[in-house]
Design a protein around this ligand. Sequence first.
Ligand code: GTP
Ligand code: SPV
Ligand code: MN
Length: 612
Amino acid sequence: MADIDAVLDAAGLRNQHVRDYVQHWFAHTGAERVEVVHASDDARLLREALDAGEIQPAGDGRYYSRSHPKDTARSEERTVVATSNPGDLGVYNNWRPASEMRPLLEERMRGASAGKTMYVVPYLMAPPGSPLAPYAVGVELTDTRTVVLHMIRMARVGVEFVNDLADPSFFVRGVHVTGDLDRLGQGTPDDQRCFVTIADERTILHFGSSYGGNALLGKIAHGLRQASYDGWASGEFLAEQFMLLGITDKQTGRKYHVCGGMPSASGKTNLAMTLAPDALGDRYRVDFYGDDIAWLRVDPEDGRIYAINPEFGVFGVAKDTNEVTNPTAVDAIAPGTGTIFTNVAYNADTAEVWWEGKTPEPPADVTGWRDWKGRLVSERAPEEKNDPWAHPNSRFTTTLANVPNIAPDFDTAKGVPVDAIIFGGRTRDREPLVRAIPDLAEGVYDGLTLGAEATFAAEGTEGVLRYDPMSMRPFMSYPEGAYAAHWLKVVGAATEQPIFAHVNWFQRDPDDGHFLWPGYRDNLRPLLWLMRLRDGEVTGRRTPAGIVPTVEELDLSGMELPPGDLDRLLGVDTARWRQEMGYREEHLAQFADLPEEIWAAHRRVAADFDAE
Ligand code: GTP
Ligand code: SPV
Ligand code: MN
């Protein structure tokens, strides 16, 4: 192994624990060579990937990549959280014993990287210097170059993040082996894929994919599953699938920070990036902090909740991204940004990409265009003619620095103080545009009972109504009762409580199905109302489900909404809610050890509806 030592020496990788770990998995996976990655290797790795045909040019320093057609989204079924404690079994975490999963993954991975390079990707999932940085250190070993290119965009990458650790053995060990994607039986009873976080060993073993959260281990495997477990085990913090944004009222100089959870592909990226309805004039500035993950802790100095975005980039849904819906995202993926597009439609002749909703109609001249499966659009069979050109879960990958309204203090070590925590999802009826919840237990209860239509970000579930507690269902790494108790404890310890709220941009007309609320940039309006409620400038209308705005309180300037739509948007349908309370009771009953405060909140809301 002397040659590997030489490679690690040359890369300046000094941490002996990391070196031992690399040696171990190099031998185990049978890789042919090792390469240590630094963010500054990006240009060379891009050239190599272009030469190897793994990516294609997509115009002005942007790139196109296509994943295997059977590998286009997370597989929730094949994802497991393992520990050595059967008490960690939860309803959503697919818990298995570590003693069963480690050997299984070791067997799948043995020799499975033969002939390939093992890239060593040391990373940090936090702003440098953050009090939570010790939990954010990891090393991903991967046998796929496009995964490295994505990691460089999504995390801070370099040996400096693992050398000189206070405890050199305290880093997350992530091993990603792609496997032979043609032969993994994806979706069959003999599915070989397996994505395991061994949470109490801080080890992540993912086999059988090279796509998104299945393969970029810093992102959701570490940033959410491992981190939420660490936050609970240490008692110190929360790690949630949350966006994070700042709103500055330029008239008063007051700055607010809002974070919140919405299930995958339900609008976090769009919300965090794009708020700024021009109709409201130049009064507000909205800063982008993060679109998918936030870690929350109480700062001992002032006792407030602070949030950081542990990520370095955005892995955003491409569908419907355009100048009208999200001009900020359009700029963030513009020429010169180094963006990588995955599974959109591609034209090699013109180096262009396209996805549904990029423009109202697909390019009129189909010459050279291939759909996400690589089929020439002009040659698709008649029954394929209506297939989307881009996969619904096709994505763009760009760094935070490319987002034009990135907050000037986005990488401040301490994070930013949180004024509001919101939950939302795709709900076609029942949920009003916004309802505020000023009580901690009722806020946590609301998050736990977040019910929404599932999306294409995971395989095989689109459109199904299901509960997605705090949008963490696919990322829950410990039991829900303990999760609720941990939330009450962390947020309860803050000296200044954030206000909670539930939002819904996805109400539909019961007759023709159109979205009642225009959404996107106009979502700033309900958030401004929430901030005014927090400051005591409006009082709203009390309902058993929380406080909703009156029509007068909501700033609707420059909007034209049919009055009937507005009533529906701000209405609380008591009959539907009473029915929902029954479903919630059943849902919550599944969770052992749910704190009494949560049941009490449930009973209060139910009694209020009964009294209506
Ligand atoms: P993940 O990255 O999977 O966690 O998703 P996300 O929550 O960041 O979702 P994203 O913002 O990427 O939105 C997903 C889809 O919802 C995109 O196709 C958006 O165009 C659409 N969308 C986002 N916001 C709105 C909105 O306010 N109204 C409507 N109708 N659609 C929206
Ligand atoms: C999600 O699915 O919620 C994502 C994309 O943010 S992935 O990284 O694939 O999980
Ligand atoms: Mn997400």
